[in-house]
Design a protein around this ligand. Structure first.
Ligand code: FA5
Length: 344
C-alpha cells in the first residue's frame, strides 16, 4: 500500500503539472482529494488495517494528503496570477496614442452673418431687438400704409394663419418692418435699433429667392434725420462688410411706408458685374430696401412728423454671404447639406 501511495502521489503531481485553468484544477482536486478519491478511501480504511501497518500507512497517507493540498494551493495561486497578468495585458492602455478627433460643431453661415451685421450696427450705436414671427395684419401691413386691397400687398406673397377683419388677421410676417411700428409704439425718439429675424413668403424658390429667409430691419428716428444719414449709415455698413472696393448702387424704389424709397444693390461677385445667372444678367444683386420713414407712419404712432424724422431699411441676410463667397444658390443655406455647411 505504501507503493500505491507513492505512485498516487507521483501520478497526481504529474497531472497537476498539466493543469492550466481553474476548471481543470477543480476536477483534479475532486479526483485526488475528493471524498471518493483513492487517497481518502485509503485514509478511511487505515483503522481497519493490522496494527503494524496502521501507523506507517496512516502517516504516509496523511503526508501525501498534506503534500497534495499544498501543491493544490500553490497551483491555485499561480493560475490566479497568470489570469491577472493576461487580464492586465489585454486591458493595457497606451497613453501616448493620439486622441480620437471630436466632431466640432459650428455656427450656421446665416448666424455668422447675422452676428457680423449686428456687430457693425452695434458699433454705430444701434440696439438689437427681436420680434414675433407670427404677426397681426395691422403691424405687417395696415400700420405701414398698406391697407386692405392696397396693390402693394402683392409685393409680399403672404402665408396667412387665419382670416380676420380690420387688421385682426394673423400671418407669418413677410418682412421685419412690422417691428418699426412695435418699436415706435413703445419708445420715444431718439430711437436707433436693428431687428434681425426670420421672414416668410409664399413664393416659388429660385437661386436668389427662398420662402423662409432672414432680414435685418433698421430704424433711426430723431430730430433732423435726413437722407444723408441713411446713405452714410448704409455706405459705412457696406464698407465694413464688403470692403472699400466693392461697388454699391443706390437707386429710387417704392415702399408705401417710406418716402422717398431706395434700393441698395452690390456688384455681383460671381461675375464681377459682367452679368450672370445669379444676378439675372444685370451685374447687381439687391440686398436691401430703405427710405425715409413716411410721415403718416410716424403720425400713426404719435410721433410728430413736423418735429421728428427717421430712416428705415430692411436687408436680406443670406444675400450677403452669397455676394461675399460667390454662393450661387440661396437654397443651399437651408438644405442641410453638410458638405456646404462645413465650409464656413
Ligand atoms: C422689404 O421687405 C421691405 N420691408 C424693406 C424695407 C424696409 C424698405 C424698411 C424700406 C424701409 P423687399 O421685399 O425688397 O423689401 O425685401 C428686402 C430684401 O430682402 C431684398 O432686398 C432682398 O435682399 C431680400 N429678399 C426679398 N425677398 C427674398 C426672398 N424671397 N429670398 C431671399 N431674400 C429675399
Amino acid at each position: 500500500m505504501l507503493e500505491q501511495l507513492k505512485d498516487l502521489h507521483a501520478q497526481a503531481l504529474e497531472e497537476l503539472s498539466k493543469v492550466d485553468n481553474p476548471q481543470e484544477l477543480e476536477a483534479w482536486r475532486i479526483r485526488y482529494l475528493g471524498k471518493k478519491s483513492s487517497l481518502i478511501r485509503i485514509l478511511r480504511s487505515v483503522g481497519s488495517l493490522p496494527l503494524d501497518e496502521r501507523q506507517s500507512i496512516g502517516a504516509k497517507a496523511n503526508e501525501v494528503k498534506r503534500a497534495l493540498e499544498s501543491s493544490l494551493e500553490e497551483k491555485g495561486r499561480s493560475l490566479q496570477e497568470a489570469l491577472l497578468t493576461s487580464h492586465r495585458e489585454s486591458q493595457r492602455l497606451d497613453v501616448t496614442l493620439p486622441g480620437r478627433p471630436l466632431p466640432i460643431g459650428r455656427l450656421h453661415p446665416t448666424t455668422q452673418t447675422l452676428n457680423e451685421i449686428c456687430d457693425v450696427f452695434k458699433n454705430m450705436g444701434f440696439q438689437v431687438i427681436e420680434g414675433p414671427d407670427v404677426e397681426w395684419d395691422y403691424y405687417n401691413f395696415e400700420a405701414l400704409n398698406i391697407p386692405q386691397h392696397h396693390p402693394a400687398r402683392d409685393m409680399f406673397a403672404t402665408l396667412w394663419i387665419d382670416a380676420g377683419m380690420g387688421g385682426k388677421a394673423r400671418l407669418l410676417r413677410t418682412h421685419t418692418s412690422p417691428m418699426q411700428i412695435r418699436l415706435m409704439e413703445k419708445e420715444r425718439p431718439p430711437i436707433r435699433a436693428i431687428v434681425p429675424g426670420r421672414v416668410y413668403r409664399y413664393e416659388a424658390t429660385d437661386a436668389t429667392h427662398e420662402s423662409m429667409f432672414y432680414q435685418v430691419e433698421g430704424l433711426a428716428v430723431d430730430k433732423n434725420i435726413t437722407m444723408a444719414d441713411l446713405k452714410g449709415t448704409l455706405f459705412e455698413f457696406c464698407r465694413c462688410i464688403f470692403g472699400e472696393d466693392r461697388k454699391v448702387r443706390f437707386r429710387c424704389d417704392y415702399f408705401p411706408f417710406v418716402e422717398p424709397g431706395v434700393e441698395v444693390a452690390i456688384e455681383c461677385s460671381a461675375c464681377a458685374g459682367a452679368g450672370c445667372r445669379l444676378c439675372g444678367y444685370s451685374g447687381w444683386i439687391e440686398i436691401l430696401g430703405a427710405g425715409m420713414v413716411h410721415p403718416d407712419v410716424l403720425a400713426r404712432v404719435d410721433i410728430d412728423p413736423r418735429i421728428y424724422s427717421g430712416f428705415a431699411f430692411g436687408m436680406g441676410v443670406e444675400r450677403i454671404p452669397m455676394l461675399r463667397y460667390g454662393i450661387d444658390d440661396i437654397r443651399l443655406f437651408y438644405s442641410n447639406d453638410l458638405r456646404f455647411l462645413r465650409q464656413f
